[in-house]
Design a protein. Structure first.
Length: 258
């Protein structure tokens, strides 16, 4: 099963669970009202207000955080492209004999960096590309050091080596940003509250003997889509919300490396 199919199945299952809890809540409400019509609603307002308020707070917290991290990851792609572009231009400072080898290493390096993220969610393939990029970093650094020692001036050391160092450092920053997520307990709590809110909403719908399908389906659908968007923003290379569009900056940079 491919990733898109898995996501669709997940959405359908989550929606079905929301509908199930709504129905359970409605039946509990009907039974309670049949046993004690006057006392069925006593004290529920404060409880529902607190639970729905907490649900809204956690949704706002997780949605805002996911959006900020999504934007930060896009900015890091731009920073890496800028760092690589600057280092690429400074290859001209190397002795002419060393420039072709360094430029070829740069081309291979950008290909490896693109491959890391293009091959996700295949983690094994992504790790292989990452290992290759780290190896190329060592080769580029060694070549730059050797070339700078071959000259009497230290222009290469002053300008090229810091640019290479910045280009290498941004890879660590991107790797950490890609793995930065809220604790799983936050998502577990969000899911539990969503089901509890569905239960309480269904209980309130017991006021009417006939089902209000518009409100029932609408509530379940909105809750499902909200939870999905939060998770999709948090993992932007797995779902329908993609950060891949920002990769075109690196793709264009690679195309310009003639």
């Amino acid at each position: 099963m491919n990733m898109v199919a898995m996501l669709v199945v997940t959405l359908v299952v989550l929606f079905a669970l929301m509908m199930m809890f709504l129905e359970i809540g409605r039946r509990l409400g009907l039974r309670r009202k049949a046993e004690d019509a006057k006392g069925a609603e006593k004290g529920l307002g404060a409880v529902e207000g607190a639970i729905f308020g907490l649900m809204g707070l956690i949704i706002a917290f997780t949605f805002s955080g996911a959006g900020e991290r999504f934007q930060h990851r896009r900015e890091l792609i731009v920073q890496e492209a800028n760092a690589i572009g600057t280092a690429w231009l400074r290859i001209d400072l190397l002795p002419p004999v060393a420039q072709p080898a360094m430029r070829e290493l740069f081309r291979q390096y950008v290909d490896a960096r693109l491959g890391i993220y293009q091959k996700l969610p295949d983690r094994a393939a992504a790790r292989a590309e990452n290992t290759r990029s780290v190896q190329l970093q060592g080769e580029m650094w060694e070549l730059a050091i050797t070339a700078s020692r071959a000259r009497e001036t230290n222009t290469e050391s002053v300008l090229l080596l810091p640019a290479l160092n910045e280009m290498f450092d941004i890879t660590t920053t991107r790797a950490v940003a890609a793995e930065t997520h809220p604790p799983m307990v936050i998502y577990a709590m969000l899911l539990a509250l969503a089901f509890l809110c569905s239960l309480l909403a269904g209980y309130d719908m017991a006021e009417s003997r006939s089902r209000n399908w518009l409100h029932t389906v609408g509530f379940a659908l909105i809750m499902t889509l909200t939870l999905y968007v939060i998770v999709d923003l948090e993992y932007p290379r797995l779902g329908f919300i993609r950060i891949d569009a920002a990769d075109h900056i690196l793709v264009e940079l690679r195309a310009s490396m003639k």
